[in-house]
Design a protein around this ligand. Structure first.
Ligand code: AMP
Ligand code: ZN
Length: 464
């Protein structure tokens, strides 16, 4: 039984999918007009952990994650210049080129962080017809109206608006700083479709003339296309609760006449040095930035796994260094188990497995899972422990199966310190930090070891 926290009910609930063995899951995907920062990646690590946990519990997954390549307006509340258009103008590229470039970088980052791809990854620009049909359905149902500049959702027609965030409309409006548009019936009514000025960079034909979709409609229309009326889990970051997800609920429930999402799950924010991540503060790091400072992407994953997904996580480089050291120590310890010929009692292993499963199924308590793994690794060395750790890694995704340290069988064991330095050097090489890599080679040499690089990775040898 997998228990997950449902933002809608504010309770942990036992997951009961609509179809018993298959979970349908929609995740708000990246807006691809810029590099994803490590805060964004925390939310996708959360999505990945959820997917892995579902599989671990025996469910099949049909996951959908959209790529927002239409761009959306500068604020959630439909104001300002289209972000994609802005990037295209600044970089003198077409919106398509911008979107393709950042989409590719996003998936490269996901790969580095061991974030598995959802089964379907639809692009918003390839689903304009579905969005138009959705808006037409809402107009027909009396939930939307036309103004000079677009089609708006009529919040007054949807009585339960605000149920997810539990904010009343006044608070929502204050939070969103929605500008009053004289033709809108209510300040919080949101755009489903915007009519385009002739020079607007991305626009399509529609029953209301040339225009482009609102952001919120993208997710609802794509979820409908791939799942139909209802699906099981919807994920995103907590910032999406008050406007984006509230609007998705309003649109979809208005159109379908029923509850459309069973469980809403949200990942808490990552802060940097205790504050908000923002371009103006210069603290929006990317995975590449971390690599350029000598951190392996999996050290960042490990850093994230140390905090529960519903807790804020404060990013600092000290914290990341500690995570990297801990992860490399974990590898060292694991390798000692892998190399051992000894056995561990089946009931000891079963106890660790039970504890691990209990932690996972209690709303993904991954920090506790890491604690259990560490305790298990302190047992006397045995290959059984190594194998059990690999089972745990199907959820953790820390590449524990790839742990290998070259040890010359006749030589004395290589000190942990040397192995850790060799891993740091490997991380530096992957980031092409050649000077740092050479410095670490020298440090390893001072301790009496040589590193040899081969196509299967590096080997460590004692220097005679
Ligand atoms: P965006 O591309 O801006 O739509 O964001 C992609 C995902 O990252 C969304 O699910 C956001 O909720 C999430 N997100 C944005 N900023 C942060 C942050 N600082 N920490 C964690 N998640 C974030
Ligand atoms: Zn969305």
């Amino acid at each position: 039984m997998l228990k997950i926290y449902n933002t809608l009910t504010r309770k942990k609930e036992t997951l009961k999918p609509i179809k018993p063995k298959t979970v349908t899951m929609y995740s708000c995907g990246p807006t691809v007009y810029n590099f994803a920062h490590i805060g964004n990646m925390r939310t996708y690590i959360f999505m990945d952990i959820l997917r892995r946990s579902l599989k671990f519990c025996g469910f099949k997954i049909r996951g959908v994650m959209n790529i927002t390549d239409v761009g959306h307006l500068l604020s959630d509340a439909d104001e300002g210049e289209d972000k994609m258009a802005l990037a295209a103008r600044r970089q003198q590229k077409t919106p398509q080129e911008i979107a393709d470039f950042y989409t590719q970088v996003f998936f490269e980052d996901c790969k580095k962080l061991n974030i598995g791809s959802p089964e379907v990854v639809p692009k918003a620009t390839e689903h304009i017809a579905e969005m138009i049909a959705y808006v037409e359905g809402l107009i027909k149902g009396g939930y939307a109206y036309e103004t000079d500049d677009g089609i708006y959702f009529d919040i007054a027609a949807f009585s339960s608006y605000g149920a997810l965030s539990r904010l009343d409309l006044e608070e929502q409006i204050a939070g969103a700083r929605v500008e009053v548009n004289s033709q809108k019936r209510h300040p919080a009514d949101f755009a489903l479709w915007k009519k385009a000025e002739p020079n607007h960079i991305m626009q399509w034909d529609s029953p209301w003339g040339r225009g482009y979709p609102g952001w919120h409609i993208e997710c609802s229309a794509m979820a409908k296309k791939y799942f139909g009326k209802v699906f099981d889990i919807h994920t995103g970051g907590v910032d999406h609760i008050p406007i984006h997800h509230e609007n998705e609920i309003a649109q979809s429930e208005a159109l379908e006449g029923c509850k459309t999402v069973q469980y809403w799950m949200h990942g808490e924010f990552m802060l940097v040095d205790g504050g908000k991540m923002s371009k103006s503060l210069g603290n929006t790091y990317t995975v590449k930035d971390l690599q350029e400072r000598g951190y392996s992407p999996l050290s960042f994953r490990y850093f994230c796994l140390n905090a529960h997904y519903r807790k804020k996580l404060n990013f600092t480089f000290e914290g990341l260094s500690a995570a990297q050291t801990a992860l490399f120590r974990l590898y060292v310890q694991l390798f000692k188990h892998k190399s051992s010929a000894a056995k561990t009692d089946a009931d000891v292993l079963a106890r660790y497995k039970d504890e691990f499963i209990s932690a996972v199924t209690d709303d993904l308590n991954i920090p506790l899972c890491l604690g259990i793994l560490w305790t298990m690794l302190k047992e006397p060395f045995s290959a059984d422990i190594y194998k059990t750790a690999l089972e745990f890694d199907t959820i953790l995704g820390l590449n524990l199966a790839e742990v290998r340290e070259a040890q010359d069988e006749t030589a004395a064991p290589i000190p942990d310190e040397v192995i850790t330095l060799a891993r740091q050097r490997q991380a530096a090489r992957e980031a092409k930090l050649w000077a740092e890599s050479d410095r670490l080679r020298e440090e390893i040499a001072q301790l009496g070891y040589a590193v040899e690089d081969g196509k299967d990775g590096y080997k460590l040898k004692a220097r005679n």
